[in-house]
Design a protein around this ligand. Structure first.
Ligand code: ZN
Length: 358
């Protein structure tokens, strides 16, 4: 079914409806949707109606990176994210943390992958199968319905009975229906904050001890405290100067590190997406989409210098990922939408003369 592309607004309504109607006994469906949205942004097909093949191991990596920070102890305890059973996905993330010697530390997933490559592969294998058994088929199934409603992708192969070899035999992937990839990328700015809110609610419900106090659950889950970005502060200043990337103000020793493409939309911690910023610009920008010329200016920074910092710190640059995500974010927007152009300034999106990377 669903050969005619779904209108993005209808798509958004259906996604939200399916999440709100289904009793969520785990946060896995939310993680899966976030991973799908990010994948669509970074792999936007050429035409709006194109289908998109999504390798399940790539979704597994994105899901792992979402849970990576979340599985650390919070207020001294492990958070329950699955009701009534051990979470296969969260356990895989914890096992990798242990293997990389990162139990509760701020170590990034990228560094853990370098330290414990075999354990990383095992985690991806486990999560790939776990996704194929439950969240992928369940995402499109309404409570009480005998079969799923495959409006996003065909899930007839997936379910509890699926094996690793059967998945491999079918290309280890799902195929998004016509128009879904563009639709999800366009809706990212609306859907991602809604998914985060649902997630925080679910975790509060599944972890009674959180009712008693009001700790910053959202901060723990979605990295508002961020992973330890402090390590890049000095090297970025040494390389590009001690002033704010956006307004040029001289920076104090403890200035924020800003994600040019917002963390809340694409979550890319690579150096190509990081700049030194003053607290004023960083706070004002928030989760807004930056003006295209700001992204252009950050991408124009000397790649050799960034690579040098990357190798000194064992910290990836992820330039290609930033470029792909920027394409996905801007191409999905109608022209004329406001973008953040500096402290208290906005600029309407106009990609009539796009930079070479767009
Ligand atoms: Zn500034």
């Amino acid at each position: 079914m669903a050969d005619a592309p779904l209108d993005p607004l209808l798509l958004g309504q259906r996604v939200v409806a399916i999440l709100e109607t289904g009793q969520r006994t785990a946060t896995y469906k939310l993680a899966l949707l976030m991973a799908l949205i990010e994948h669509c942004i970074e792999n936007l097909p050429e035409r709006p109606d194109d289908r998109l093949t999504v390798p399940i191991p790539e979704l597994a990596h994105r899901v792992l990176s979402i849970y990576w920070r979340q599985v650390r102890a919070f207020e001294g305890r492990d958070l329950v994210q699955v009701r009534g059973s051990t979470g296969r996905i969260t356990e895989a993330a914890k096992t990798l943390r242990a293997a990389a010697g990162a139990a509760n530390s701020g170590l990034s997933l990228e560094v853990a992958m370098l330290r414990a490559p075999d354990a990383y592969e095992q985690a991806i294998e486990k999560i790939t199968v776990a996704l194929a058994k439950q969240p992928l088929p369940r995402l499109q199934k309404l409570p009480g319905a005998p079969t799923s409603d495959p409006f996003l992708y065909d899930d007839s192969l997936l379910g509890e009975g699926v094996t690793r070899s059967r998945l491999r035999a079918h290309g280890d992937s799902i195929v998004l229906n016509a128009g879904i990839a563009h639709g999800l990328a366009r809706l990212a700015g609306l859907l991602k904050p809604a998914l985060e809110t649902m997630w925080v609610d679910d975790v509060r419900r599944m972890n009674r001890f959180l009712d008693e106090q009001v700790p910053d659950v959202a901060g723990h889950l979605f990295g508002r405290e961020r992973i330890a970005l402090a390590a890049v502060r000095g090297p970025l200043k040494d390389a590009f100067g001690n002033d704010c990337f956006y307004c040029g103000a001289t920076l104090p020793p403890d200035n924020p590190i800003d994600h040019v493409l917002p963390w809340s939309l694409v979550g890319i911690d690579g150096l190509a997406n990081l700049v030194s910023s003053c607290a004023r610009c960083n706070g004002d920008k928030g989760g807004a989409l930056p003006a295209v010329d700001l992204v252009d200016r950050s991408l124009a920074r000397n790649p050799d210098v960034l690579e040098q910092i990357a190798s000194d710190l064992t910290w990836p640059t992820q330039r290609e990922r930033v470029v792909a995500a920027a394409r996905g974010l801007y191409r999905g927007q109608p022209s004329g939408v406001p973008t953040w152009a500096g402290f208290k300034q906005s600029k309407r999106l106009d990609i009539a003369f796009p930079p070479s990377w767009l």
